[in-house]
Design a protein around this ligand. Structure first.
Ligand code: ATP
Ligand code: MG
Length: 320
């Protein structure tokens, strides 16, 4: 697996992008540049047309059901446990050592630093276009956080169109977030914790006592409307006191508006760019779409390894 280079922005130190920056692949940038954040101020970036079938929901979303949420208290001991079969190749954060683990620990440390500056608990992970690594980063970040000092982590699959986190974790995808937002399930019904942990291959699966998961459910054609529901804000409000971190995976922001809607209820947004794939203007547009939210920074994902960076982390290609 390729290394992950992450670059998080400190909230107070946003810098303007150089307008003369040519359109280039992230991979073309020198390795040292990947460890600093280059994030445009909102006014610097240009508007992106939205797809006609994905309007921003600005009106209050009508409650689709009279079902009650069960009050403000959330008894975590009532979260059902289910069998999970982890896809370990997609979960390098569970390894004990190696470059990938170090990269996720580094990302985690940067997030801790940001939390020292201002309150930070709910983080939405998004990107401009599909297949840049949002689900990979959000799942591994959640696991990395959950392995740190018994932090309690809630991982939400907020991509109700292409929900995939349940595949990585090897668990049921229903009921999920879409069912909750549609009023078809309450918060405890959509939460799950790992019971018996299995792996598809022989091997020991690490225990994950601090991880709670909400799968995507199937939003289908209604995903845009569902993502605009205030019930998502209610979910965050109810869950927040019980978790140290809430990580929300999401759809790409340029084709559809779902992530922008969900981001309204989150403390900050982590944007993913894929090395060698994501074009600079795409990253700019993604940030522009989320200008109403606090952009924490970019994670530059799947960058080819370079000897310099391997040396920086003290590992070489054979040290895994
Ligand atoms: N750093 C990486 N190293 C190896 N494989 C990766 C890496 N990042 C992502 N992938 C793989 O690339 C594919 C796309 O990643 P992922 O599903 O996380 O993207 P996404 O942005 O969530 O896509 P979508 O927009 O469709 O939801 C997956 O098969 C994933 O396992
Ligand atoms: Mg995804």
């Amino acid at each position: 697996m390729s290394r992950i280079y992450e670059a998080l922005q400190k909230a107070e130190s946003e810098r303007k992008l150089d307008r003369r920056e040519p359109e280039l692949d992230m991979q073309d940038q020198p390795a040292s540049a990947t460890m600093t954040t280059t994030v445009a101020e909102p006014d610097d970036v240009f508007a992106t047309p939205r797809f006609a079938d994905a309007p921003i929901v600005t009106e209050p979303y009508p409650e689709p059901s009279t079902r009650r949420l069960g009050g403000d208290s959330l008894d975590l001991s009532r979260i059902p446990t289910r069998p999970w079969a982890l896809s370990l190749p997609q979960l390098p954060a569970l390894l004990e050592r190696g470059p990938a683990v170090e990269q996720f620990r580094s990302l985690r440390s940067r997030i801790f630093e940001l939390r020292d500056i201002s309150p930070l608990k709910t983080i939405l992970v998004s990107s401009g276009v599909p297949q840049e690594g949002k689900s990979f980063i959000s799942t591994n970040l959640a696991l990395s956080l959950a392995r740190h000092k018994n932090s309690k982590v809630l991982l939400i699959d907020g991509d109700m169109r292409r929900y995939t986190l349940h595949q990585i974790l090897g668990c049921e995808s229903h009921p999920g977030l879409a069912d909750y937002l549609a009023g078809k399930a309450d918060i405890l019904e959509v939460m799950q914790r790992p019971g018996a942990l299995q792996t598809p291959t022989a091997g020991t699966a690490p225990s994950l006592p601090n991880l709670t998961f909400i799968a995507g459910g199937n939003g289908g054609d209604k995903a845009a409307d569902l993502s605009g529901s205030p019930r998502f804000g209610e979910l965050i409000r109810q869950a927040s006191p019980h978790f140290d971190w809430i990580i929300v995976d999401s759809s790409p922001v340029l084709p559809v508006s779902d992530a922008v809607n969900l981001a309204r209820w989150c403390d900050g947004v982590l944007l993913v760019a894929r090395g060698g794939v994501t074009k600079f203007p795409v990253a700019q547009r993604a940030q522009s779409e989320l200008k109403a939210s606090k952009i924490l920074g970019f994670v530059l994902n799947a960058v080819q390894e370079t000897p310099e960076v391997g040396g920086y982390y003290g590992y070489d290609g054979t040290a895994q």
